[in-house]
Design a protein around this ligand. Structure first.
Ligand code: ZN
Length: 216
């Protein structure tokens, strides 16, 4: 921070998604009647989103402000993230094994990493075809909040279930026909907002494998 133009901004609430959970930071603008900040980064610090950027003009401090996300990149992350849920499900179907996600990245290049042995090329390709069939049919992405008790009834096969912290309530994301997953990420309203899903590369490791993919 150079003290002259850099600024850290905390708000009561925000639409900016901080870097985390495999999702790159949102960028954009925050402005009020008398100031304008270019947001370069949003960070989660002790459960609070801290916006970091450049004060382009004026003095920040107004009570009512407007935030504007760099939508093209955010929408791309939403598509890739939602497609990731679909592919998790489809890979579980074609391999017959509930997959376990251990890592992911929605920036470039986008990938998901699963624990365990890599399935055959045929199983991965079938999962790609199945993912595209879901996208062509379309389905609403439904969000609900449930308790810890309900979690294991409604999402016991979720690919991230082993990595969850104990919380009072969980945000559950359901795509019809693809099960439910506890997830605080950003999703499309309907999977038909995508035109297609394709796999670019598969990387095998001793106890995991990565699928590099993208969406249209
Ligand atoms: Zn999600």
């Amino acid at each position: 921070m150079d003290g002259k133009h850099s600024i850290y901004l905390l708000l009561d609430e925000t639409a900016f998604h901080p870097k985390g959970g495999g999702q790159p930071t949102d960028t954009g603008f925050i402005h009020g009647p008398n100031f304008r900040v270019t947001v370069k980064k949003a960070m989660l610090v002790s459960e609070v989103v801290v916006h970091w950027g450049k004060l382009v003009e004026g003095v920040a401090g107004e009570k009512t402000i407007l935030g504007r996300l760099e939508w093209d990149s955010r929408y791309k992350y939403m598509k890739r993230h939602t497609a990731g849920h679909l592919f998790d499900h489809c890979l579980s179907v074609t391999t017959g094994i509930a997959v376990e996600t251990v890592n992911s990245w929605l920036g470039d290049p986008c990938y998901v990493e699963y624990g365990g042995e890599c399935p055959s090329i045929d199983e991965v390709k079938e999962a790609e075809v199945l993912t595209n069939q879901f996208i062509s049919k379309g389905s609403e992405v439904v969000i609900k909040y449930i308790s810890y008790k309900e979690l294991f009834k409604k999402a016991s096969n979720a690919p991230n279930i082993k990595r969850l912290r104990k919380l009072e309530k969980y945000r559950i994301v359901t795509i019809q026909g693809c099960g439910s997953i506890p997830c605080a990420g950003t999703h499309l309203k309907n999977i038909n907002e995508m035109d297609g899903f394709f796999i670019n590369e598969i990387k095998r490791y001793s106890s995991s494998f990565q699928i590099y993919y993208d969406v249209e």
